[in-house]
Ligand binder design. Structure first.
Ligand code: 0L1
Ligand code: MG
Length: 261
């Protein structure tokens, strides 16, 4: 076992390959932290290598997502920073569509708010106004599926694992508006949980500012047309067969049906 914080390019590629195989083979792996300390920059490098593997298979990055946007989750992980992951076209499920549960290891679903970028964001421009780079907002669902056994991971583990990103559904877009403090209802099978968009950093619009900061720090590009998942309005709920539906008050509804093939 090595506890050396230094990590080589070869190790970065090896870990990305293991995480990629866990996702494509639907087979979990132990927490990286059981064997190795992964520095945060290396964790984002592993995430980039993982995304490069997806791109090599023909996937396209179509957005970004934020995680750990609730005070409760940050406290649980002992961190004060959000995390950023990448979304690809292969992760997108159409609103009202079906998703095979066999694609995932142990999927959970989160009710979220999505923003749409209307122009490229110049990360090197200190005066950039991120809110003016957004033209639309929509209710959304995120499917998370940690590649780590029992969802047991550290902060850097989960960054390396592309922040558990596995699927997402975006509801009808509306022109950009204030979506702060809106009631949120998530129904999955027979269960219902309620929350508020205030759970997303106090107001989802703050997620845009946090995103800009993280993307600058980790050189993650933000381009016109990309989707931003701002974070979860409630704790994640296991995704089971049947309809999962999220309703954000005065914004709209989005759903997906989990099916066993
Ligand atoms: O908020 C999220 O999208 C979840 C980030 C990853 C943590 C988890 O898998 O629970
Ligand atoms: Mg999420």
């Amino acid at each position: 076992m090595t506890m050396d914080a230094m990590i080589s390019t070869t190790e970065i590629d090896d870990i990305a390959a293991r995480l990629d195989a866990a996702q494509t083979g639907v087979a979990d792996i132990p927490s990286l932290a059981d064997n190795q300390v992964i520095p945060i920059d290396a964790a984002y490098a592993i995430q980039s290598a993982l995304i490069a593997r997806r791109e090599a298979r023909g996937e396209r990055v179509t957005g970004v997502k934020l995680g750990f946007t609730s005070k409760a989750k940050m406290a649980q992980m002992g961190v004060s920073d959000v995390i950023v992951g990448r979304l690809t076209d292969a992760m997108r499920i159409s609103d009202g569509g079906e998703v095979a549960l066999t694609r995932f290891i142990h999927p959970k679903v989160e009710p979220e708010v999505a923003y749409r970028l209307s122009r490229d964001v110049d990360l090197d421009d200190p005066t950039v106004d991120i809110e003016s780079c957004v033209d639309a907002v929509a209710p959304a669902l995120e499917i998370i599926d940690s590649r780590y056994r029992d969802f047991r991971f550290t902060y850097t583990d989960v960054v390396a694992d592309n922040t558990s990103a596995a699927g997402f559904v975006v509801g009808p877009w509306r022109p950009l508006r204030d979506v702060g403090n809106r009631a949120v209802r998530l129904r999955v099978g027979g269960n219902e949980v309620v929350g508020s968009t205030a759970a997303i950093l106090g107001d989802p619009v703050r997620a845009l500012h946090a995103l800009l900061d993280m993307c600058r720090r980790h050189r993650i590009s933000l381009g016109a047309g990309q989707i931003v998942l701002a974070g979860a309005a409630t704790a994640a709920v296991p995704l089971v067969s049947g309809v999962a539906e999220c309703e954000v008050a005065e914004l709209g509804t989005v759903s997906v049906t989990g099916v066993r093939e």
